[in-house]
Design a protein around this ligand. Structure first.
Ligand code: ATP
Length: 358
């Protein structure tokens, strides 16, 4: 069967009833004593922007490599569009990878780099040229075909790497920290571009990063990895507003962790809770307690003016400390500094005490 661009379609593409691009069924990958991926189940939907987020060494890249076929599970199965590909080699999988270091061929022109996949498949020269131009348009680099990678900026190289992967029309694109080498501004610009490209193409993007802001801003859904396990899968809002574990609450954004006696006193149960610093309202010690709120008194031990907002460290009368973040709507640096050492009342809605799994 041939697809619209004349490339042979791989047999496992014919699963219209299956809505998952990638499924992991009880996948484990051990390297000797090291369990890189520990009994993971995952379902990645067709056409979604899915991010694997986690600290260094948590198993994200190993998962990506098993989707690409560069690595195999020690136990468990990997499915692509409903077909078991656990033992299918990389070149027979309908996926392409964009790496952090771009892996462009330095001795080839931009055009030849992009056309590489088509050349391997013996697509004719005229068709190759047409498609390269189309790709260069898409990544906003028209007229760059004759340049060498060394004559491009980091962001431009990244776009060439994307074009080179996308020209193969994969149904799944794997991106392993592709923006890691870019400066903050370019990184933010590329985040917007990647997301809009994914929406226009409608193909599944599986993105690996340890940057929580990047994950929150781009993804349809995020899987948070910790020590070879998936702690939680959800939309950015679900992950941020309802973290299920202490790890997720601490890794995605920052959280005050409340447990034991303080939890019992504030929430009536000695369970584990997370409380986001920006959900806490800081007011004068005699402020009336609002409805459906929890209130606690303390002393401001530290004030950090950060331009957009101020971070306060408040020592509670019960010897615990809470971090509070307040936007600087009306306040100046001098105003906030005056809070140092003051007695204050902290309040937050009961709904913002987020109960965590053990
Ligand atoms: P990073 O963000 O640093 O890339 P990661 O979350 O992608 O980290 P992995 O690269 O998947 O993590 O590694 C998970 C664990 O498996 C780490 O402890 C790593 O040292 C180990 N590991 C990965 N590949 C190998 C290998 N080929 N041989 C031995 N150990 C490995």
């Amino acid at each position: 069967m041939l697809c619209k661009a004349g490339l042979p379609r791989i047999r496992f593409m014919n699963h219209p009833s299956n809505t998952y691009a990638v499924v992991f069924e009880k996948v484990t990958r051990a390297f000797g004593e090291v369990i890189a991926v520990d009994d993971i189940d995952l379902q990645i939907r067709d056409g979604e922007f899915f991010t694997m987020l986690g600290p260094s060494g948590s198993g994200k890249t190993t998962c990506l490599r098993m989707i690409a076929g560069f690595d195999r599970p020690t136990r468990g199965k990997v499915f692509l569009h409903g077909a078991d590909v656990t033992y299918v080699p990389p070149y027979e999988r309908d996926v392409n990878t964009v790496f952090q270091d771009y892996a462009l061929f330095p001795h080839m022109s931009v055009g030849d780099n992009i056309a590489y996949g088509l050349m391997i498949r013996k697509v004719g020269k005229a068709e190759r040229q047409r498609r390269v131009e189309q790709m260069l348009e898409m990544v906003r680099l028209p007229g760059y075909a004759a340049r060498r990678p060394s004559q491009l900026s980091g962001g431009q190289r990244q776009r060439v790497a994307l074009a080179r992967a996308l020209i193969n029309e994969p149904s799944v694109l794997l991106l392993d920290e592709p923006l890691g080498a870019l400066d903050l501004k370019l990184r933010q610009q590329m985040q917007v571009e990647l997301k809009s490209l994914q929406q226009r193409l409608g193909i599944t993007f599986i993105f690996v990063t340890h940057d929580q802001e990047e994950a929150l801003s781009m993804s349809d859904r995020i899987a948070v990895f910790n020590a070879g396990k998936v702690e939680q899968v959800g939309t950015p809002a679900q992950i941020y507003e309802n973290p299920e574990t202490a790890f997720v609450a601490g890794f995605v954004g920052t959280s005050n962790m409340i447990s034991g006696e303080l939890a019992r006193r504030l929430a009536g149960v000695a369970a584990k809770f997370a409380l986001r610093p920006e959900k806490i309202h800081l007011g004068p010690i005699d402020a009336p307690v609002m409805a459906d709120s929890i209130a606690v008194d303390g002393t401001v031990a530290d004030v950090d003016y950060l331009g957009l907002y101020t971070r306060y460290l408040v020592e509670l009368d019960q010897s615990e400390t809470l971090t509070v973040v307040q936007q600087n709507l009306q306040t100046t640096a001098t105003d906030v500094a005056a809070h140092q050492g003051q007695r204050v009342r902290l309040q937050w809605s009961k709904a913002h005490m987020l109960k965590l799994r053990d």
